[in-house]
Design a protein around this ligand. Sequence first.
Ligand code: 13P
Ligand code: SF4
Length: 346
Amino acid sequence: MLMLSIKESAVASSFSIQRASGSPSRMATAAALYARVKGDIPQIEWASFADDAEAIERLKVERGAIVLAHNYQTPEIFHGVADIVGDSLALAREAAETDADVIVLAGVHFMAETAKILNPTKTVLIPDALAGCSLADSITAADVRGLRQAHPGVPIITYVNTSAEVKAESDICCTSGNARKIVEALGLPRVIMIPDKYLAANIAKETGVEVITWDGACEVHERFTPSDIAQYREAMPGVVVLAHPECPPEVVAASDFSGSTAAMADYVSERKPPQAVLITECSMADNVAALNPQTRFLRPCNLCPHMKRITLKGIRHALETMTVAVEVDPLIAARARAAVDAMLAI
Ligand code: 13P
Ligand code: SF4
């Protein structure tokens, strides 16, 4: 299952790896690493990644580190060096439970910050501190205080794609994987769900609850339109269309299924549709396709520029230099943690 799959220890392949000159153990490591990615990356391409991937494996042992990678990471990270892969919810859960000394978060800044909030005594590294998110950038803590004042008594559900300061002003967090469940668990006729106006509209439609929201959007998912979906259906008749709930409601309505990145991956691995298209960030289809050879994918490509700031070289550098370590003001972290813990409890 993709949501939280701890990588099986890779089996050494009999394939001979050109870069693996040197000791037999180095050659075994290189072969084992290639075995993880060979469904996805031709050997000739892997040659440009092998050196960094081997260094990362060695550094993980030396530093007592694990690499948590989001489903949007490129295949050489996702299949090659990640210990845990998943959606935002799975990464938060794993960050809360790991006993590793160091967490390298191969994802965007709010994910690393969430890991630090849940694990204040651990070192949490992000390979590129500028890996942001258009949703997180759309709202400030002062904005949340303004909403609370404008709607006294209405609970504030905050998407994890936000800063620690924004979480700290909230009652409870949610991810795309549990937003519906959280709204239903509150059992109220009216809630505030911020900052993604599309996620909020999709959840309002699903639950019948009145949802007050904010004018934020994901710059990747808001680009999809119903006419894109019509074109995919025409190009590949019978294709199953799976859309992320950060897409506009009319895109979700034109799709066959909507769910978090993990839910989409699970749908493909469990139902094995002959043809599918994932209406989300484009590395996702590469990663899911490698695990599901039975399904043919249409691969429209909307890249998340923030996710793509994370590279193998960046992960290696983070482990070599132990930078960039994510820090959160302890008072803010404690309040943000209460909102994240409330979510994890549900
Ligand atoms: P998921 O929680 O579904 O993985 O989504 C995170 C994200 O940033 C989607 O754009
Ligand atoms: Fe943020 Fe969208 Fe990128 Fe996800 S895909 S990190 S929501 S900008």
